[in-house]
Design a protein around this ligand. Structure first.
Ligand code: BGC
Length: 444
């Protein structure tokens, strides 16, 4: 139940009901990921994936937005806009370019980024792995190799030792459900590009173990640091026929990782849209039967993967004319509140951080609208007593959107890649002002 709104009893004072104030100390940030912004990540599996013959990638990442060298000005820009946090990732492929060889220059580089964050009054939220693997790890089987867990743990230790006491928030893995389904299930273009129910499940298990090992390593070195993972979550909807497949997919893509995060300090929730699955009842019954019999389960999973690969996405029942983003996803800003609520239902009392929420659009007014609707819905979540600690927008800058390349505009700040000039969009000022005021003022 929603607690009653408290209205101060002061004569002559009428609170503007359109002002939504957020809890004190609320985190307001923007996010990037190393491979998407740094440029020249030549030692990584994604670099090779982008350049291989017949690659599904629209274009290579190349020099990206040169954040690797331009981060001081980029961070100054973000701090100047009014944000109080910055989520970025450190790049395993740079830090450990060969098995067991750690590059001190790279560790120093990230240490400087953290120091600059602190000086700029931006709380650093550091992600240890945002999709990319060093090529040597990929060559040894990537997330299918049992050794990856120990390797990731060793890498975690080196990073945490190097970054020292300045990092209070760590995300171990970014969206492990996406890595497993994309790269090992065949759900969408992602290295290593394997297709199959078994490799999907093996990778899932390794990602779960790697998260736990990494968390333990961080906690051993920095007991006070808050550790979590970030989970890609959809607002799922289905009719009775689609329910069994939705439950299956949601279990493997989301719930497995929420379960793995039970002992975490916080859960990172990342939501962009809604997935709707409607199926005839008879098909639903057949699917639910098949899903309970392992050999047949593979058939169902195969169909789901095939549909996804054919570009059908999850939503087989999209209403005609539904508004979509540049990514082709349903425009659904309030989906984030649904996933935060679900997380809170499964892990009551666990602090939650929205570690990504955003929209790919060329129309920046649409982004302002997206942020407004998302924050309005999240404010209700907080009013209902759910411990939401912050909101981090994806993304700070227009950047390399993986296989979709540079055409997708998720940024609050535009980047001209020919000149590397940054242009602040109105949405950046809009969200920066909300951060400064810790308040969203809705139009009367
Ligand atoms: C990822 C980002 C990506 C964004 C938009 C998330 O899945 O963490 O790397 O750019 O969504 O697709």
């Amino acid at each position: 139940m929603r607690p009653a709104q408290t209205t101060p009893v002061v004569t002559g004072y009428s609170p503007r009901m359109s002002d939504l104030t957020f809890p004190e100390g609320f985190i307001w940030g923007t996010a990037t990921a190393a491979h998407q912004v740094e440029g020249g990540n030549t030692n990584s599996d994604w670099w090779a994936f982008e350049l291989k013959p017949g690659t599904p990638c629209k274009e290579p990442s190349g020099s990206a937005i040169e954040h690797y060298t331009r981060y001081p000005r980029d961070m100054a820009l973000l701090a100047g806009l009014g944000f109080n946090a910055y989520r970025f990732s450190v790049e395993w492929a740079r830090i450990e370019p060969k098995e067991g060889t750690f590059d001190q220059t790279q560790l120093d580089h990230y240490r400087k980024m953290v120091e600059l964050c602190r000086k700029s009054k931006l709380t650093p939220i550091v992600t240890l792995n945002h999709f990319t693997l060093p090529q040597w790890v990929a060559d040894r089987g990537g997330w299918l190799s049992p050794s990856i867990v120990g390797r990731f743990e060793r890498y975690t230790r080196r990073v945490v030792e190097a970054l020292g006491a300045d990092v209070d928030w760590y995300c171990t893995l970014n969206e492990p459900g996406v890595v497993a389904f994309g790269g090992y299930g065949g759900g969408f273009p992602f290295p290593p590009g394997l297709v199959g129910a078994e490799s999907w499940q093996t990778a899932t298990a390794a990602l779960v173990s790697a998260h736990k090992a990494s968390r333990a390593a961080i906690k051993a070195l920095r007991p006070a640091a808050k550790v979590g993972l970030t989970n890609a979550m959809q607002e799922w909807e289905s009719n009775a026929g689609g329910a069994s497949i939705v439950n299956y997919a949601r279990h493997l893509m989301e719930d497995v990782f929420l379960e793995a995060a039970k002992e975490d300090d916080f859960i990172g929730v990342q939501t962009y849209t809604r997935a709707v699955l409607e199926m005839p009842r008879a098909v639903g019954i057949a699917a639910s039967l098949a899903l309970s019999i392992p050999p047949l389960e593979k058939l169902v999973v195969g169909r789901v993967i095939a549909r996804q690969r054919a570009g059908g996405g999850w939503g087989v029942s999209r209403e005609p004319g539904v508004r979509v983003t540049q990514m082709g996803w349903e425009y659904r800003p309030q989906a984030v509140a649904a996933t935060v609520r679900r997380t809170a239902q499964l892990l009551p009392g666990k602090p939650i951080l929205v570690t990504e929420h955003g929209v790919a659009t060329a129309n920046d007014a649409e982004r302002v609208e997206f942020i407004t609707a998302g924050l309005k819905a999240l404010h209700e979540v907080i009013a209902d007593g759910i411990p939401l600690r912050g909101y981090v927008h994806w993304s700070a800058f227009d950047n390399f959107e993986w296989a979709s390349g540079y055409a997708m505009q998720f940024g609050l700040v535009a980047v001209d890649r020919a000149t590397q000039e940054r242009t602040v969009k109105p949405s950046a000022r809009f969200l920066g002002d909300i951060s400064r005021a810790n308040r969203l003022t809705l139009p009367e």
